[in-house]
Design a protein around this ligand. Structure first.
Ligand code: HEM
Length: 397
């Protein structure tokens, strides 16, 4: 029987649900030695903690750099605490100010305007791939349109897209997934090269503003934002856009194919996307620090302790989602999942993420109605503390 989380094991991402169910029932405030954190697993507790930033602080919660070796830290120098001023990593009042600035780029009108672009990117990709009859969904279909959309949104020139993509992958690995010491040093090199690139992008927009996110944020330097905050925002939004949405799309397509629910009828696409986010969320949860001693269900979380709010468990909480392990394409409350978080840090890109998922399902369903899994091809997940995504997914049509 599983006794603790283990990010080095496949089950941690692929199939944690029996373990999580037991925690919800028996140990709703679980002290994980492996994660070095208390874990909240019940929906009501996870939601309440997100909604209580005074007691559950985000300050430093993303900086999981404590797994970095001393050598890697030395190499990174001042950047060892990268993300320290990123919007998801700070509390009010800094958070309020940063969030206000970022939100300027995610107005409903700006998000809606991206739909046509995203649709076109998917159609173009399929024009190229369709005649082949098979592909790796993760490597060849799922990522490209989101990466290109995000790059254009940020203002990364098309010629630099591949470079940026490779480096974003590296820094994600460096900061958010466990790596052996030698690999850490390589990744740190890559990360520094990338930071230098973003710096130059900001400098060029300061001189010659365009209609993009980088220009909008750069114009706020001095007034509302610092240079470092802008660099961190751009870097993390590149990650948010490059990785989470494609991961969610891969999980979603795998689920729909396994359930025999492909192609999804247009009128069910929106709810199907929510149910897939609920049952196979691309985000496993968020970390917080306890600000004071927090008594809960007979346990006291001590001040200063790290706490994982397990949205993955919340999404499978039987008290909110009856028969949680069943996929119900028309589940009435599917959208109540917390995969985008909740409260003041609620994902600023949620509307854009949802728009991409729905658009991709719509275009893919229409263009590849015969999509199916390649029989016998292995399905493996990436190892990660906070994310769920596939390493590859062999499909044919
Ligand atoms: C399916 C895709 C996505 C998932 C599952 C996801 C998940 C999340 C979660 C769980 C949080 C809350 C973090 C916390 O409370 O600690 C968050 C925040 C955030 N997300 Fe997303 N996200 C997605 C897509 C995106 C996209 C497309 C963007 C931008 C283009 C984005 C940008 C952000 C930003 C900037 C924050 C910080 C907001 C704040 O702290 O106020 N995300 N996201």
């Amino acid at each position: 029987m599983i006794e603790d989380f283990d990010v080095t094991s496949d089950w941690h991402v692929a199939a944690p649900y029996d373990f999580l169910r037991r925690l919800r029932r028996e140990r709703p405030v679980f002290r994980s030695e492996h994660l070095g954190a208390y874990v909240l697993t019940r929906y009501a507790d996870v939601r309440a903690a997100y909604g209580d930033p005074r007691r559950f602080s985000s300050e430093g919660s993303l900086t999981i750099s404590r797994s970095l070796t001393r050598e890697t830290r030395e190499k990174l120098g001042e950047h060892g605490s990268f993300l320290s001023s990123f919007v998801a990593n700070v509390d009010p009042p800094d958070h309020t100010r940063l969030r206000r600035s970022v939100s300027k780029a995610f107005t409903p009108r700006a998000v809606a305007a991206m739909e046509q672009q995203f649709r076109r990117l998917n159609e173009d990709l399929l024009d190229r791939l369709e005649p082949r009859g098979s592909a790796d969904f993760v490597g060849e279909i799922g990522h490209e349109p989101s990466i290109k959309l995000t790059a254009r949104f940020i203002g990364v020139p098309e010629a630099d897209e591949a470079f940026v993509q490779a480096h974003v992958k590296d820094w994600f690995q460096l900061f958010l997934s466990p790596q052996p010491p030698e690999r850490q040093l390589e990744l740190a090199d890559s990360f520094l090269t990338y930071l230098d690139y973003v710096d130059r992008l900001v400098a060029s927009r300061a001189k010659d503003p365009q209609d993009d996110f980088t220009s909008l944020m750069t114009s706020l330097i001095g007034a509302e934002l610092t240079h470092r905050e802008v660099v961190e925002l751009i870097s993390t939004i590149l990650l948010g856009g490059n990785d989470t949405v494609p991961n969610q799309l891969g999980n979603t397509v795998l689920r729909l194919l396994r359930e025999g629910a492909w192609p999804v009828p247009p009128e069910l696409v929106a709810n199907a996307a929510e149910e897939c986010m609920r049952i196979d969320g691309a985000s496993l949860g968020s970390f917080r620090y306890a600000v004071t001693d927090i008594p809960l269900h007979g346990v006291t979380i001590p001040a200063g302790a790290l706490v994982l709010l397990s949205t993955d468990s919340a999404a499978h909480d039987e008290s909110v989602f009856p028969e949680p392990e069943r996929f119900l394409i028309d589940r009435p409350n599917a959208a109540e999942h917390l995969v985008f978080g909740y409260g003041i840090h609620f994902c600023v890109g949620a509307a854009l993420g949802r728009l991409q998922l729905r658009t991709a399902l719509d275009v893919l369903g229409r263009r590849l109605p015969g999509l199916r899994l390649v029989p016998g091809a292995p399905v493996a997940h990436r190892r990660s503390i906070v994310g769920r995504g596939l390493t590859s997914l062999a499909v044919e049509w």
